[in-house]
Design a protein around this ligand. Structure first.
Ligand SMILES: Nc1nc2c(ncn2[C@@H]2O[C@H](COP(=O)(O)OP(=O)(O)OP(=O)(O)O)[C@@H](O)[C@H]2O)c(=O)[nH]1
Length: 356
């Protein structure tokens, strides 16, 4: 995914992921620059010249970070900004003591360092640990430092504000990790259950679903029918029109079959040009009539789009006996489908249920 952006008046396209880093790091830098410029004035006014000077240093580093980020070196910019926060936290604590709460920013950058996926995991972990280690050391080294500037009555509010501001990146980092995890879990489960060519369920998912449907049907004493459908002379389609056309036929068959059945029915690509359909609540006779109508519509659909090449399907149907095992009923449906092939194809065969 590309986004449009102008750098020095020239239009450039950047990758969506980089564009996000560009915007986030730039906004963060601008926000930090404003805060530090404000702090320079505040410290100057209260006579804390050395603190004012520290903030001048920060302004220079954040400006450099912003510049490097605009130039496209986002990782270097993030690294530089993490080090600025670290140095700032140490110096501020050494002058103002732990009561001002600047040490809490180390937790924020520890979380951000782990989020930087371009750092290898070991490095990211080590960086993060380094920041937490410094945080712990600040408590050992500067526990005696007392705040000695004007407006001491505001100190606890400065601490309060620092905890809140430092907590924000921490929350953002956790939300980002959660978001990425949820999206990836959904993607993985889709990959594990869906056939990438047709978008139908794959064999593994369909087997699990069929077993569950059969168990439920046995409990409720309801019928279930199993159907195997196979495209006729598919090898010829591939040989004459090419593999790509063959793929397109499979895709359209998948779409067509999905449209023909209810949501609770399982329609899956069983392999190659073979499809499995599980019809809960349907007796063998009803399933047979339904499949015959689907088969006729299938021929019409492909005839409309491609009148020269007749594409047809052969089906095998069976009803599962309560308490029967999926693989036994599947075998019966498969034999029924082969019986349809032997009868000359483009037809449906209903077989009696497998014995329990
Ligand atoms: N394009 C394409 N072809 C596939 C795919 N999977 C399997 N095939 C092809 O499907 C063809 C199946 O051929 P056969 O098993 O001989 O069956 P058929 O030609 O349909 O003949 P009958 O089933 O007897 O009517 C083979 O040529 C496989 O290469 C796929 O994902 N894409």
């Amino acid at each position: 995914m590309l986004s449009f952006l102008t750098i020095q008046g020239r239009p450039v396209f950047v990758e969506e992921k980089d564009f996000r880093r560009y915007v986030i790091v730039s906004l963060l830098s601008i926000f930090a620059l404003i805060v530090h410029l404000f702090l320079i004035c505040v410290f100057w006014l209260i006579g804390a010249i050395e603190l004012s000077v520290i903030n001048v240093g920060s302004v220079l580093i954040w400006s450099a970070g912003l510049y490097i980020n605009i130039k496209g070196k986002h990782d270097l910019a993030i690294l530089l900004l993490c080090f600025e926060v670290m140095i700032h936290a140490v110096l501020a604590t050494s002058y103002l003591g732990l009561g001002a709460g600047f040490q809490h920013y180390l937790w924020a950058i520890a979380a951000l360092a782990v989020l930087n996926t371009r750092l290898n995991t070991l490095f990211a972990g080590l960086f993060s640990f380094l920041f937490i280690m410094i945080f712990a050391c600040l408590y050992l080294i500067f526990s005696e430092v007392q705040y000695s500037y004007r407006f001491a009555q505001w100190l606890e509010w400065v601490h309060f504000a620092n905890i809140l501001v430092a907590g924000l990146p921490f929350i953002i980092a956790l939300v980002a990790i959660r978001f990425i995890t949820v999206v990836q879990e959904a993607r993985l489960s889709e990959l594990a259950s869906v056939d990438s060519l047709t978008g139908l369920y794959n064999r593994r998912f369909a087997t699990d679903a069929a077993n569950k449907i059969l168990k439920r049907a046995a409990r409720l004493n309801e019928p279930v029918s199993i159907v195997i459908g196979d495209i006729d002379f598919f090898k010829e389609v591939n040989d004459r029109a090419g593999h790509e056309v063959g793929d397109a036929v499979l895709k359209r068959t998948g779409l067509f079959l999905r449209e023909q059945f209810r949501e609770e029915d399982v329609v899956a690509r069983w392999g190659g040009e073979e499809f499995l359909i599980v019809l809960p609540g349907m007796t063998g006779d009803t399933a047979f009539r339904k499949i015959e109508s689907v088969r006729e519509q299938f021929v019409d659909k492909f005839e409309e789009d491609n009148p020269l090449d007749l594409i047809t399907m052969s089906f095998g149907v069976t009803e599962c006996q309560p308490g029967s095992v999926f693989k036994d009923s599947l075998r019966v449906a498969d034999h029924a489908m082969y019986a349809s092939k032997e009868k000359g194809r483009n037809c449906t065969t209903l077989s009696p249920p497998a014995r329990v």
